[in-house]
Every structure is written in structure tokens, then in C-alpha cells.
Design a protein around this ligand. Sequence first.
Ligand code: FAD
Length: 305
Amino acid sequence: MLRSLFRAAAGSARLERLVESTPGSKEMVKRFVAGGDAEGALRTVRGLTDDGLAVSLDHLGPESATPERARAVRDEYVALLSRLRDAGLTPAAEVSVKLSALGQLIDEKTAYEHARAICSAAAEAGTTVTLAAEEHTTTDATLETLVELRREFPSTGAVLQAYLRRTEGDCRELATAGSRVRLCKGAYAEPESVAFQSSLDVDKSYVRCLNILMAGEGYPMVATHDPRLIAIAEDRARWFDRGPGEFEFQLLYGVRPEEQARLAAGGHTVRVYLPYGRQWYGYLMHRLAERPANVALFARAVSSR
Ligand code: FAD
């Protein structure tokens, strides 16, 4: 119920204006978002890498509704990658990219060209790109783009969502040598026809997918904060004899930082997903939807002003 409320709020422009003008919301944003621009993001990346963590940067924003906006997003990533390289922050920092922000919904071919430009900038900077997973209606197009990009840039990563019924099959397809796959539960409201609805079914699917990825030849990226799934991933890594550097954990910036430190201290590669940019509202609403405790935190931050 709360989850659907915040998901609905994520799409409300009126609420967005209200939340953005509430001074206390800035405190909450700081917890989950690196800063309004690349400058602030770079500072946060430096702090995280100094602590032994890897990073995947995401430039926040909704889908691009115009070709101009899509080009601006491409340019932002290309400039960011060159700054990361100049600051000596690659390969520890890579980028995560949403094809919808590159205009996938206007013209798939142009979105591919923009993604290609970003992959090329990443290759020059000595790092990688991971394509985010969005609504299920875009999954086929995104995975097709991935196949195209991987011909030229084999290290381009995919994201698979355990809540989708199709994902076990996609894991089998992608558990091959050189393939980087981020496995997450999935963040969108999807219909029963394509997605498991109960958290138990999603968790069971996550474990089946994890087994396939860990048993396969690719590089699994275990993206979850769920203590049970993290423990299962550690167990599977031992079972399949995957040492440090043969898989990684990924967690969102600001979520369970003590767990991020614990995993890194245990010798695991831990990558923090680090969003930055001015359009933080939708992202923040999704984080609130995921965890009622964050709502209380948000309420306190707002009311303390
Ligand atoms: P949840 O079921 O949300 O949480 C499980 C348990 O984790 C909770 O019960 C609690 O014990 C713990 N927990 C969760 N949040 C907190 C918190 N704030 N503080 C303390 N404990 C907490 N989704 C997409 O659809 N597409 C993507 O491309 C995508 N990329 C992602 C990349 C990364 C690196 C990560 C980590 C997530 C990504 N997601 C993406 C989001 C993902 O699908 C989930 O919505 C999100 O990660 C929450 O799921 P969870 O696995 O943490 O489990």
C-alpha cells in the first residue's frame, strides 16, 4: 500500500514541487544522492574509493522526451567519464545508464548510438558501462542493444530483474564468459502476467537466478540489501569456488553503509550505486517506497525545519 503510494508520488509533478521546496528534504536527499552536479559526485566517489569501495555513477533524470534532452544526457556521461579518468578514479568508478534517458522511447537506433558514444568514452577512460533495467516493455529492446554494444565493448554490463518471470531464462543466456550481469529484485510496478507479485516469490526467483549466474562463466553482480540474499550469495560463491574479483556485491549509496563496509572488510568487491544530479525527486520516492523506516527519517528531516 505504502509502496504503491510512493510509486504514484514519484510521477506527480505537483508533489515534486512541494517536496523540493521543503528545506528539510535536502537532508534526506544528501543521504541517498551524491550531489547536484558532477563536481559533488566526484568528491563523493573519492571518499568511497578511499574507503576501498568501487562505484557505479548514475546521472539522475526521467526518460528523455526530446532528442535534445537525450543528447544532453549523452554529453553529461561523456564529460563525466573524462573527468573520472583525469581524477584517476577509473577503473574503480564506472557508470550506469538508462536507455530511456538516451531516448530509447523516441528512437531506439539513436539511443543505441548515444549508448555507443558513452561506451566508447568509458573504454577510453579504462572503465565500464552497465545498462539499467527499466519497465518490462523495454526489456527486449535493452537486451538487444546490449548484444550490439557487447560486439564492440564486451565488458558492457546488463541488469536483470528477479521479479520478472522471464529472468531465469535471461540469466541462462547471459551466464557466459566475459558477461557482466547485475541481478536485482526490480523496482517498477509490474503486472502479474509478467512478474512475481509476492516478496517470497521474488526472493525465490532471485535465488534461482543467482544459482545460474554463480554456476555460469560470467561475472555476477549481486545487487541487493537483503541480508538473507547476501548470505546466500556468500554461500554460493564458496560453493562455486568464486574468490575475490570473480563476483561483486552492489548496494545503493546511503543504504546499509555498515554492511557495505563489512563486506569490503571481508575481502569482497563492493560497488556502491551512486546517483547524482538535480532530478533526485523520483529516485528518492522509490527509496521511500522500499523502506518504511526511510519514511520516518524523511518525516523527521522535514519536521525539524
Ligand atoms: P528489499 O526487499 O527492498 O529489502 C530487503 C531487506 O534489505 C529489507 O528487509 C532490509 O532488511 C534490507 N534493507 C533494504 N533497504 C534498507 C535500508 N534502507 N536500510 C536498512 N536495511 C535495508 N532496479 C531496477 O528495476 N532496475 C535497475 O537497473 C536497478 N539497479 C539497481 C542497482 C543496484 C546497485 C541496486 C542495489 C539496486 C538496483 N535496483 C534496480 C533496485 C532494486 O531492484 C530494488 O528495488 C532495491 O535494491 C531494493 O531491493 P532489495 O534487494 O534491497 O530488497
